[in-house]
Write a protein that binds this ligand. Structure first.
Ligand code: XMP
Length: 548
């Protein structure tokens, strides 16, 4: 047992603490409830028609330092107007406008005088709703395609007469609505871009948000700065100011308790809240026994050295393991861990008197992926959808509208050390979602040792900061091997190393063979119970980064 665990044991044994049922209903807030930010900065609304790149559009806008919000396509017009957006972007989507029940926005959107840019399905919908013609020709265009520009265009200004763009569509606009001019074509698409300068309506069949459209960012910048006249004011300094102010407004003179995980998200969250309410914030770090090798000590040490925050350490190892006994379903694991977290926070909050707020480092992609109406639910993230229905603390989630790269930039600006800013993401449910099947102390220890080796080798190869995540997985199967002259029947370990910009998509890392070889041989030699190592070469999609 380590020193911090011993100290925690002496402090109290929370294992049998009775959970008091409380009645204050506090469900996860809707994204739309948290739109106070927009009043203070130029906003672009992205309407999501279920396209795979919808979130990417919102990110690209933020990369131009303009605030963007991703909303469902059927958000009532009045709500959109209330946000006072400087522009609206209609995303792509898998539907065909010609099919009954296809997702549609309110057609009055085009008469608000607010510039609108339709992308792919968004262009087709704009054409369809305004009297143009959309046809399913049977010829689909997919991938890199040459675009030929046709005449003057505010949206495409600065581009060459021919440019590469990224296409992914089956339907095409064959006749634009009246008032529109065709501004670009491809060999098989007669309307690759169109615009009605007078009404400030623009559409492109290709995807400017995808990097393969080489001048895509220039097109988005034309829309944001030339057409919508946005100011680029969404930078780390203003995010810090706006967020701090929002926290002060929400928490008032109250006290808050913050869940620290050791990652950049919760550290950044804690610093922001500390900035807003000072010592009325207490941070709680729970060791749920599902952490990586010596992680608990490292986190406590880093936070005490760098953050000087009020830190409470809770040793919940036995408690979590007991609840996970016999559980094999990944969603059930997440639900149990999420619930247990919240119960611990509630108990800690009761110890610090008058705490009304629970601070969490939830990010925008977690919110989106945990179920906007249009994105299919893939997994519940334990800090969003896994929350129990009944809890007695109000949530404060300052990063709820930020993407990871924005969080890192803010964290840097707040002075967090590189060891925290650059730390790889680690799921809240920890190693539990990297052990397929039941989580037992033996399996945890085995995975922890293998994972330590993966991390050590990635670091010693100088690749840690170049990859998004690098870790080990314990698939719950065993296979035959031979050691010495003995037959073995032991676990395989899967190594997972991925590159990604935002975890929404990811590619497996082409690690040099010597690095893989060293990891594999060390794992098989040093970790008892392992006789095989495999490398996961799946990308996301169709896989996910984690195995569960
Ligand atoms: P997937 O496996 O969905 O992971 O491709 C995307 C990113 O999210 C992390 N992840 C989680 N983080 N709670 C978290 O806080 C979770 O339940 C969870 N599941 C996945 C994962 O490590 C990756 O960075």
């Amino acid at each position: 047992m380590t020193d911090i665990h011993k100290a925690a044991e002496i402090k109290k044994d929370t294992e049998n603490t009775e959970i008091k049922k409380v009645t204050g209903m506090s469900k996860v807030k809707d994204i739309n409830e948290e739109i106070s930010i927009e009043r203070e900065t130029d906003t672009i609304v992205v309407l999501d028609f279920g396209g795979q790149y919808s979130q990417l559009i919102a990110r690209r806008v933020r990369e131009c330092q303009v605030y963007s919000l991703l909303l469902s396509y059927d958000t009532p017009l009045a709500e959109i107007v209330k946000l006072r957006p400087k522009g609206i972007i209609l995303s792509g989507g898998p539907a065909s406008v010609q099919v009954e029940g296809a997702p549609k926005c309110d057609p009055h959107l085009f008469g608000l005088g607010i510039p609108v840019l339709g992308i792919c399905y968004g262009l087709q919908l704009m054409a369809h709703l305004l009297g143009g013609k959309v046809t399913t020709s049977g010829i689909s265009e997919y991938g890199k395609t040459e675009l030929s520009l046709d005449g003057e265009s505010s949206l495409l200004q600065g581009l060459n007469a021919r440019e590469d763009c990224w296409m992914s569509h089956r339907d095409s606009v064959t006749s634009p609505p009246s008032g529109f001019r065709i501004t670009a074509r491809t060999l098989s698409t007669p309307v690759a871009a169109m615009e009605d300068e007078k009404r400030k309506l623009y559409g492109v069949q290709f995807h400017p948000e995808v990097r393969h459209t080489l001048r895509g960012m220039d097109i988005l910048k034309n829309f944001l700065f030339e057409i919508c006249k946005c100011l680029s004011s969404w930078d780390p300094a203003s995010i810090i100011e706006i967020t701090t102010e929002a926290i002060r407004r929400q928490v008032g003179a109250g006290r808050a308790i913050c869940a620290l995980s050791g990652g950049v998200d919760s550290a950044c969250t804690a610093l922001l809240v500390h900035r807003a309410i000072g010592d009325r914030l207490s941070c709680v770090f729970v060791d749920h026994g599902l952490l990586r090798y010596r992680e608990a000590e490292q986190v406590v040490d880093a936070f005490q050295r760098h953050l000087r925050l009020n830190l409470i350490f809770v040793d919940g190892r036995r408690r979590f393991l007991a609840r996970l006994q016999g559980v094999v379903d990944p969603e059930e694991k997440r639900r149990i861990i999420g619930e247990e977290f919240i119960r611990i926070f509630e108990e800690e909050a009761r110890n610090i008197r008058d705490v009304r707020f629970l601070v969490q480092g939830t990010l925008y992609p977690d919110v989106i992926e945990s179920g906007t109406r249009d994105a299919a639910r893939i997994k519940s993230h334990h800090n969003v959808a896994g929350l129990p229905e009944i809890m007695d603390l109000e949530l404060v989630e300052p990063l709820r509208l930020l993407f990871k790269d924005e969080v890192r930039a803010v964290a840097q600006k707040l002075g967090l050390p590189e060891e925290i800013v650059g730390r790889h993401p680690f799921p809240g449910p920890g190693l539990a979602v990297r052990i397929i099947g039941e989580v037992t102390p033996e399996r945890l220890e085995l995975l922890r040792q293998a994972d330590r080796i993966v991390e050590e080798e990635i670091k010693s190869a100088g690749l840690y900061s170049q990859v998004w995540q690098a870790f080990a997985v314990l698939p719950g199967i065993r296979s035959v091997g031979v050691m010495g002259d003995e037959r073995t029947y032991a676990y395989p370990i899967a190594i997972r190393v991925v590159e990604s910009e935002d975890a929404m998509t990811a590619d497996w890392s082409r690690l040099p063979y010597p690095v893989l070889e060293k990891m594999a041989s060390r794992i098989m030699n040093e970790v008892e119970g392992v006789n095989r190592v495999v490398y996961d070469i799946s990308s996301k999609p169709p896989s996910t980064i984690e195995w569960e």
